[in-house]
Design a protein around this ligand. Structure first.
Ligand SMILES: [Fe+2]
Ligand SMILES: [Fe+2]
Length: 274
C-alpha cells in the first residue's frame, strides 16, 4: 500500500503527462502518414519482417493492460495512465499493420492469421509489484524507443520514407512513456530509496523484452532482428545508460540481486563449515 503523499504525486504526474499528450503529442494514423507515397517506395522484406515482429510484440496489448490494471486497479492516476497508454500502444500495432498491408508486403488475411496466432498465447507480467513493474516499464519503454529509432534510420537510409515516418511518430510516444515511468520511479526512490534500489536491481539483472519468445516463428526471425541493432552492448549503453543516469546512478550503485547474495552467503557458510 502506498502513502497518500505518493499517490498525490502520481496524480500530479499523470495530469502533466496527459495534458502534454493531449496538447502536443497526439497523432492520427490515417492523416499524419502519407500512405499514398508507400506504393512508389522500394520493397524491403527485411524491414517488413522487423515491422511484423515488433507489431507482434505490440499485439500482446490485452495482456499488458490486464497486467498493469491488476496492479493499479485502485489507484486513479496509475490506472488512468494504463488506459491512456493502452490507447497509444494500440495505435502502434495498427500503424505497423497498415504499413505492411498498404505497402503490399502482407495481405489483410495474413495479418489476421498472424494476430490470431499471437493472441493464442498469453504474456504474463514478469514482476509482481507495482514498483518493480514501474522499473520494468522504464527499461521496456526505453528499449522500444531505441529499437524504433534505429528502424526509422534504417528505413530512411533505404528509401522507405513512409515506414520511417511511422516509426518516428511511434518512437515519440515510446520516449514519452519511458519519461513517465522514470518520473514515477524517481518518486519511489525518494519515498523508499533502499527498497526501490532493490527492485531496480532485480529488474536490471532479470530483464527480458516482453513477449519476444511468444512471437510466432521467433527463431527464424532472430537473424533479421540482429539488423535491429540491439545487442547486449547497445542495451547497456542506450537503454540502461539513460535510465540510470536519470536517477543519478551507475550500475555499481545497484545492490546485487537477492538470489546472488543468497548464493554467496551459502558459499561463505559452506567454507566456514568444518
Ligand atoms: Fe508501442
Ligand atoms: Fe510504449
Amino acid at each position: 500500500m502506498i502513502s497518500r503523499a505518493l499517490k498525490d504525486k502520481f496524480h500530479r504526474e499523470y495530469m502533466t503527462f496527459f495534458e502534454h499528450a493531449e496538447r502536443s503529442r497526439r497523432w492520427n494514423l490515417f492523416d499524419d502518414i502519407d500512405w499514398e507515397k508507400v506504393k512508389s517506395e522500394p520493397r524491403n522484406d527485411k524491414l517488413a519482417l522487423c515491422a511484423e515482429t515488433f507489431m507482434g510484440v505490440e499485439l500482446y496489448l490485452p495482456d499488458y493492460i490486464e497486467g498493469h490494471l491488476s496492479l493499479f486497479r485502485d489507484n486513479f492516476a496509475r490506472a488512468w495512465f494504463g488506459a491512456n497508454w493502452g490507447y497509444e500502444e494500440s495505435k502502434h500495432a495498427m500503424t505497423l499493420w497498415q504499413y505492411l498491408v498498404r505497402s503490399g508486403h502482407r495481405t489483410e488475411d495474413q495479418m489476421r492469421d498472424y494476430s490470431d496466432r499471437i493472441l493464442s498465447k498469453k504474456w504474463n507480467k514478469p514482476f509482481g509489484t507495482g514498483r518493480e513493474m514501474t522499473a520494468y516499464g522504464c527499461a521496456q519503454e526505453m528499449t522500444t524507443f531505441v529499437i524504433y529509432k534505429k528502424q526509422q534510420m534504417l528505413a530512411e537510409a533505404e528509401g522507405n520514407h513512409t515506414l520511417a515516418a511511422a516509426y518516428k511518430l511511434i518512437a515519440k510516444d515510446e520516449m514519452a512513456h519511458a519519461q513517465y515511468y522514470m518520473t514515477i520511479f524517481q518518486h519511489y526512490l525518494d519515498d523508499d530509496r533502499e527498497g526501490a534500489l532493490e527492485d531496480l536491481s532485480s529488474v536490471f539483472y532479470g530483464f527480458v523484452m516482453p513477449a519476444y519468445e511468444l512471437v510466432p516463428d521467433y527463431d527464424s526471425r532472430v537473424e533479421v532482428m540482429r539488423t535491429a541493432g540491439i545487442d547486449r552492448g547497445v542495451f547497456l549503453t542506450e537503454v540502461w545508460g539513460p535510465v540510470l543516469k536519470r536517477f543519478k546512478l551507475t550500475r555499481h550503485d545497484l545492490p546485487r540481486p537477492k538470489r546472488v547474495r543468497a548464493a554467496l552467503a551459502t558459499d561463505a557458510q559452506e567454507q566456514r563449515a568444518p
